[in-house]
Design a protein around this ligand. Structure first.
Ligand code: FE2
Length: 408
């Protein structure tokens, strides 16, 4: 349970909210699928931390990332033409090159090419990695790239989708630290797709035992949360989620620590978040069968649409439940996640909850972030120490008593 003030600190990101300010100044923010940005293609609306931006890929492949409004009279540059390494506003055809410089104002006649020489839109540094565009919205120098293992993998080894959820971003992050819900909420999805002989990830079926014991450890970049399940043969199933502040959770999804699934919950504002859901394999392509299993034919840029409907049932299929489907949401596990998070309320009221022993990871996550915000407000870091180049999740069946801390 949190106080009202703590709940605000962890959820609010707009304007002067401390967490939003820290996100701007200290972190690269993933904001779009790279594949959604096509050279000379449609500019993309990007909403982050309550502000609106436009991103586009120029003719030569460079990325432009601007404030959304045209510097002339504020029309949206999402509507602009994209050609010749520049956007051209629909309203009066002002042309803004990929560096943000106004280079043509046709209505000025002979002064058209010089009129805008002192007018520039705000631009922001970006990089592309892991199939995503990342942006830095702070005022200082950008930080190092996050220590995640898939930033340099090619398309065949990293796949990612984008969904928009009508709930606060922190509900998205909390869901990824909570291993018990995997074998509860997602039991039919896992049972149907993974608990079989040719499963691409047989050990995930072990999460169907919903009584793990948790061990959690803070790290300079975030934390690690281990769910430990005792197996009938005396060994133990170790499932370690690695959390990289503030958006990224690396969750095991394979038979080695070289592959996994990533959940990235990014605040559009206080009330909505984007979820990037991906799979990676550092040693080879993910199987097409698994890719299809997780996406079907759906558009990876608009992967899940959440609509609570007139009776707050989100399209739940009671007939499927009567036939044994646990949740009644028969799409993928992401449908189940985003719907259950929306059902908690747009911003969950954490002053009224009752946590139990399976919420150890969530309690520690909150404490970790509250400490980080407090330290940041004093110009400090909550945990000094070296951040490795790459961090990974872990999914392993080990002898009883083995220490996961020495393995990941
Ligand atoms: Fe989930």
């Amino acid at each position: 349970m949190l106080t009202e003030e703590q709940n605000r600190l962890l959820t609010e990101v707009e304007g002067d909210a401390p967490f939003g300010q820290m996100m701007r100044e200290r972190f690269w923010i993933p904001c779009a699928r790279s594949a959604a940005l096509v050279a000379d293609g449609a500019p993309q609306h990007i909403r982050l931390l309550g502000d609106n931006f436009v991103a586009f890929r120029a003719t030569d492949g460079r990325i432009g990332f601007f404030d959304e409004a045209c510097p002339h009279r504020g029309a949206s540059l999402v509507l602009a033409h994209n050609s010749d390494c520049a956007l051209r506003c629909l309203y009066h055809a002002w042309k803004i090159d990929v560096s943000g410089q106004v280079v043509d104002v046709p209505s000025e006649g002979t002064r058209a090419s010089t009129f805008g020489k002192n007018i520039k839109v705000n631009t922001y540094p970006t990089f592309e990695g892991g199939g995503l565009l990342w942006v830095y919205l702070g005022k200082g120098d950008p930080p190092p790239r996050p220590p995640i293992p898939f930033l340099d993998l090619d398309e065949s080894r990293m796949w990612v989708s984008r969904s928009v959820s009508p709930s606060n971003w922190f509900q998205g992050v909390e869901g990824t630290i909570d291993s018990v819900h995997v074998g509860t909420l997602h039991q039919s999805w896992i049972g149907g797709n993974y608990a079989k002989d040719d499963s691409p990830n047989p050990s995930i079926a072990l999460t169907l035992d919903s009584h793990p014991r948790y061990e959690v450890e803070d790290t300079p970049y975030g934390m690690k949360a281990a769910a430990i399940r005792d197996l009938a043969d005396g060994r133990q199933y170790l499932r370690v989620t690695t959390y990289v502040m503030p958006f990224v959770s690396l969750v095991p999804a394979g038979n080695t620590d070289r592959e996994g699934t990533v959940f990235i919950a990014v605040p559009r504002d206080n009330h909505e978040h984007m979820l990037f859901w991906g799979l990676w394999n550092e040693d080879g392509p993910r199987s097409d069968a698994e890719k299809y299993l997780t996406t079907g034919e759906r558009d990876p840029d608009n992967f899940v649409t959440i609509n609570e409907g007139p009776n707050r049932t989100w399209g739940q299929d009671r007939d499927a439940m009567a036939k044994g489907h646990f949740s009644g949401f028969t799409g993928t596990l992401v449908d189940e996640d985003l719907i259950i998070q929306a059902s908690q309320g747009v911003i969950q009221d954490r002053t009224r909850e009752h946590l139990c022993s399976s919420d150890v990871g969530i309690g520690r996550l909150r404490r970790r972030l509250l400490d980080e915000i407090a330290a940041w407000q004093n110009g400090l870091l909550a945990h000094d120490g070296e951040v490795p180049d790459k961090v990974r999740p872990l999914d392993i069946i080990a002898e009883a008593g083995a220490s996961w801390r020495e393995m990941v």
